[in-house]
Design a protein around this ligand. Structure first.
Ligand code: WT7
Length: 664
């Protein structure tokens, strides 16, 4: 394929940044090459900056690729690094987390704000770890599931589990009962931590109700700990469910739970992420490598300093929050904002007001958020003083140059460093990014910049050769990096197949990318059928399985189509069973079923009824073809298609829908 992309390859902007940190890309490349040549030594240097209980015997065990082990022989604890170290230092009384709840009073001021110091965090993490061990009987190697909204108990439970070597899996609170049940079952979680509810855009989410429904589908969970967020009195099952405040009541304030001396390559957590086919993949991250990558990227990407107020606007339910709300920032001893709700609630200037009120200096947000702010317009921005912001980045999906330029102007004063950090659940931390805290190359709006030190990335063509510059190819990572997955939980074969088989010996990310003549990377989006809704990864499989659970649905296909704000939205094509009519009522029923099964983020944007779906002769749905027809782009090669009439079916359904809209 030879496609030239109309991207602003040649636009270069030099940010205002002190200490001669802005360098020409050639200078960066030379220095970068040296770190790649000696990547073991390089990462060893980074790891040495952490506090280990015992030093590693070897930097990297590469005897059984792709199952690499970083820092084998080393002993470490992530909870110790994030909490104890600061408790034992001058940072003891420094504020770790400024938490702001979503609800506001009649004047529009937040009703609840909590300032949690490192000493507070230390005490609570110890108390919760004690409770988990003494009352719930959890031990190293056990696993738990955490299904909580953005409240302080969420990081506290993660850190308490990490302290004991209990493997946790956090399930995003926007996921529904089936999604939760699948994850609990796969992780074999013994305990579920949830809440009596949560706030989102002024509405209550009934987390306990959803959790109860998912527990009907699992045998593993013995106890449910329920945090009271709303105090609304939910149904509690005798013997299984217990309120968090009640189980904690008699635990003294000064208990100390010694952090387990865990192996560097012990698992820290499992985080489920969607792929093209099959159920979600449980990505397992280690401790030593993961924490090393986070330490490096907190410095290079965020240039983190003690005086900063750091704000990552993601939800902890996604990897961004694991790495850059919980483990990364806390390990560095920062003061950070944790905000419970929607960035535009009750008004579009909630986010600007947070920046202003707390003097946020580092902002990490998403292209979808930026595009929605852009839509609300500049009037929501200009009455707020945001000059405290000195550095920003976006993440989750490609950022269109227009959104970059707008945000750079209205928040960045056309001068501060701003980038688009590329990474994925699997990579553990940021891998391709502008690096204002290391050496920063001039910015190009829409580009991701270059790989971090120690990491070799490339863009390959279909045959595994380096793609021509400025031509689209597949993004790969060519050397092991700390923070890489240990495996897919309980499915190592799938780990090999999905990531290490398309091009032998290198990690296949599943993204399209181009490299320009200056060596900058531009990640263009998924090369598989994964859908990115507002930066959140959704697999077609989960959506389609929910669809066919409806009694009227015989077959279903879901594709992602472009959306000006959310990047992509899911669109469904459905074949009805005999005897069912395509009515508006049915459309609503099916759409609600998906919300119910997967969660509100999975809301189908449009649903079309068709008589046939484009398939290959072997019966595989050709989503690529459906997507092309839906978006009115080139359909491309359809020689493997079984029945060409199916493509017309899709066209017809879309056409009829448009005509229907025209009539209204
Ligand atoms: C996919 C991974 C890692 C944080 C959140 C997403 C896309 C992520 C960028 C970016 C272009 C990006 C890729 C990737 N992506 N960041 N800066 N520019 N694309 O994690 O849910 O595991 O999704 O997000 O397509 O494969 P995730």
């Amino acid at each position: 394929m030879s496609v030239t992309w109309a991207l602003p390859f040649n636009v270069k902007i030099k940010p205002k940044l002190g200490e001669n940190k802005v360098v020409d890309e050639k200078v960066y490349s030379e220095i970068h090459n040296k770190t790649v040549e000696n990547y073991r030594e390089f990462w060893e240097g980074v790891a040495s900056e952490l506090e280990w209980f015992k030093k590693w015997d070897k930097v990297l065990d590469d005897s059984n690729p792709p199952f690499y082990k970083w820092f084998p022989g080393g002993e470490i604890n992530a909870s110790y690094l994030a909490v104890d170290r600061h408790y034992n230092s001058w940072r003891r009384n420094k504020v770790a987390i400024i938490w702001e709840g979503e609800p506001v009073d009649e004047k529009g001021n937040p009703k609840e704000v909590k300032q949690i110091t490192y000493a507070d965090l230390y005490r609570e993490v110890n108390r919760v770890a004690y409770m988990m061990r003494e009352k719930l009987g959890l031990r190293k190697g056990d696993s738990i599931a955490i299904y909580l909204p953005m409240i302080p108990e969420l990081p506290i439970f993660m850190l308490a589990a990490a302290r004991l070597g209990v493997v946790f899996t956090v399930v995003f609170s926007g996921f529904s009962s089936d999604a939760l049940a699948t994850r609990i079952n796969d992780a074999e979680a013994k305990v579920l931590v949830t809440a009596d509810g949560g706030w989102r855009r002024g509405k209550v989410i009934d987390l306990k109700g959803i959790a109860d429904r998912s527990l009907e589908k699992t045998q593993f969970v013995k106890n449910v700990v329920v945090v009271r967020r709303l105090g609304n009195g939910v149904r509690m099952q005798e013997g299984r469910d217990v309120y968090f405040d009640e189980i904690m009541r008699d635990i003294p304030h000064n208990v100390y739970v010694e952090p387990e001396r865990l192996k560097s390559e012990d698992p820290l957590y499992i985080l489920y992420t969607s792929g093209t086919t099959g159920k979600p993949k449980g990505i397992v991250h280690d401790i030593g490598g993961y924490m090393t990558l986070l330490h490096g990227t907190m410095k290079w990407v965020f240039d983190i300093r003690d005086e900063d107020i750091f704000w990552c606007t993601a939800d902890i339910g996604w990897v961004t929050g694991h790495s850059y709300i919980v483990f990364g920032p806390l390990m560095e001893g920062v003061t950070e904002i944790m905000y419970e709700g929607a960035l535009d609630y009750p008004q579009p200037d909630r986010w600007t007001s947070i920046i202003e009120r707390y003097n946020v200096s580092i902002l990490y947000t998403s292209p979808t958020a930026i595009r929605s702010f852009m839509k609300y317009g500049e009037e929501w921005v200009k009455n707020h003083d945001m000059r405290s912001v000195r550095l920003m980045h976006s993440v989750g999906e490609p950022i269109n140059p227009e959104a970059f330029e707008w945000f750079f102007k209205v928040v960045g004063r056309n001068e501060i460093p701003f980038g688009s950090t590329w990474w994925m659940t699997e990579t553990g931390g940021i891998l391709i990014s502008n690096l204002p805290g290391y050496l920063m190359i001039p910015m190009k709006p829409g580009s991701n910049g270059m790989p971090i030190p120690g990491l070799e990335a490339d863009v390959l063509d279909e045959n595994g050769n380096p793609a021509k510059l400025e031509e689209r190819g597949y993004l790969v990572i060519k050397n092991p990096w700390p923070g890489m997955p240990l495996t897919i939980y309980k499915d190592p074969e799938r780990y090999v197949k999905v990531y290490w088989s398309k091009f032998p010996g290198v990690f296949y990310a599943g993204d399209y990318a181009v490299k320009d003549k200056d060596g900058y990377f531009w990640i263009l989006g998924r090369a598989d059928e994964v859908i990115k809704v507002a930066g959140h990864r959704l697999g077609t499989y989960e959506l389609e399985s929910a669809l066919i659970e409806h009694p009227a649905v015989a077959e279903a296909a879901v594709v992602g189509v472009s959306d000006p704000i959310k990047g992509e939205v899911p669109v469904a094509f459905v074949i009805l069973r005999q005897g069912h009519e395509p009515t508006d009522k049915l459309v609503n029923e099916i759409i609600n079923l998906i919300r119910e099964k997967v969660g509100p983020i999975a809301t189908i944007d449009k649903l079309y009824f068709v008589g046939k779906l484009p398939k290959t002769r072997s019966g595989k749905i050709m989503r690529r073809v459906i997507r092309a027809v839906t978006m009115n782009t080139e359909v491309g090669d359809i020689t493997t298609l079984e029945d060409e009439a199916s493509v017309d079916e899709i066209r017809k359904a879309i056409q009829e829908f448009k005509e229907e809209l025209g009539k209204q």
